[in-house]
Design a binder for this molecule. Sequence first.
Ligand SMILES: Cc1cc2nc3c(=O)[nH]c(=O)nc-3n(C[C@H](O)[C@H](O)[C@H](O)COP(=O)(O)OP(=O)(O)OC[C@H]3O[C@@H](n4cnc5c(N)ncnc54)[C@H](O)[C@@H]3O)c2cc1C
Length: 409
Amino acid sequence: MATTAGRRAIVIGGSIGGLFAANLLHRRGWDVRVYDRVPGSLESRGTGIAHHPETEAILARAGVQDEHAPGVRVEGRVAVGPDGTILAHAHYPQYVTAWGRVFNPLRLAFPAERMRTGMELRALDQDAEGVTAHFADGSSATAELLVGADGFRSAVRAAVAPDVVPIYCGYVGWRGLVEESVFSPAFAPVFAQFTFLFPGHGEFIGYPIPGLNDSAEPGRRRYNFLWYYPLDAGAPLDDLLTDAAGTRHAYSIPPGLLRPAHGAAVKADAAARLPEPYAEAVRRAEGFLVQPIYELESPAMGFGRVALLGDAAFTARPHVGVGVLKAAEDAEALAEALDEAPVPAALAAYGARRLPHCRAAVAVSRHLGGFIERRLPRPDADPALGLTLPRLLALSGRPVARDAYGNAD
Ligand SMILES: Cc1cc2nc3c(=O)[nH]c(=O)nc-3n(C[C@H](O)[C@H](O)[C@H](O)COP(=O)(O)OP(=O)(O)OC[C@H]3O[C@@H](n4cnc5c(N)ncnc54)[C@H](O)[C@@H]3O)c2cc1C
């Protein structure tokens, strides 16, 4: 076993993946510094996520102690037809929760003085002795390990694997949140369901999540929806990502800059295509988060002294609901590999262990989103896809087996 005390690590990205890695390494005695590009705090951002017992277990091992329920419990999933009738259901008790419900305790568990915000990585270089990160403010930091947890547009990945870029999947996700207290009584029977609908060659998913202050108490919760919408690359995507001042944003557009006409069009579409009561959720949303859907696969996860993890290494489409768990498992596998060997050998072992899992997550998410990409009216419209409604309900929003889709290498 390699001694970890006093070994220095730089983590680029202070979101969920970076904070899992930072906490796990810090608890092993590493001297860890986290740098995030965004000034100030990320706490208030994010919407709903599927939560898994595996994530809870890694949170505990990362030093997060929390007695509260991890979110709102749902008993299963239902697929609903255009007239509101239930087409299929699957029993699968699980918690669904808010992004902040995982992020906030991770952030609190890590010593604040070791985290620096407003620090954008611009470049890095490495040799046999160490790795140096160079930041936009002209400063730099050196360590024996650098962890790239800087998301799907990773600057770390651009430095070590410049050919690996996110691929647009041909559709966007519109995310919205609505306070439980503002719904009409007609919404009450469906509020606590984990629901799937297939309006207009897309997919609408809705479920309850805790309210602000993490409350899972009835009346104080929120409803989270995610509406996957086909949108061609080129002019239609350019238009969505262009703000009122005419700036075309790369990859995604900050919520405050989305042109109001786009939100109004989604609300009109909800009225036309979604059965009540689900149309009410979209109508009542006060703002949207638009997420063009990308996927990304790296050929390796260790590059000398540089490790990639979470979305920076592999970005699965959100259908599988494992972005947070995958990042947590990457971080733990990395920390365990570093317990056993010097950095370059540990990173090779880390990649060998995690690549099959990450490839499987991307493959399953591609399977689940394939009908939207192909503009089919329903998941089961083309039997060749093998995506019956029971299968879609069984695979969505839950951990992926590492040998899914022939990845058992
Ligand atoms: C604000 C936010 C809200 C999210 N909300 C949801 C949600 O509601 N539902 C959901 O399913 N998933 C959400 N995600 C994605 C989810 O967190 C990830 O899929 C998963 O946690 C793994 O992400 P990650 O930590 O690898 O990368 P990310 O969560 O993407 O984090 C990357 C971090 O790196 C930082 N960064 C990027 N470039 C640089 C740079 N050059 N230098 C320094 N820092 C840099 C970013 O500021 C960010 O904090 C959200 C992510 C973010 C950042």
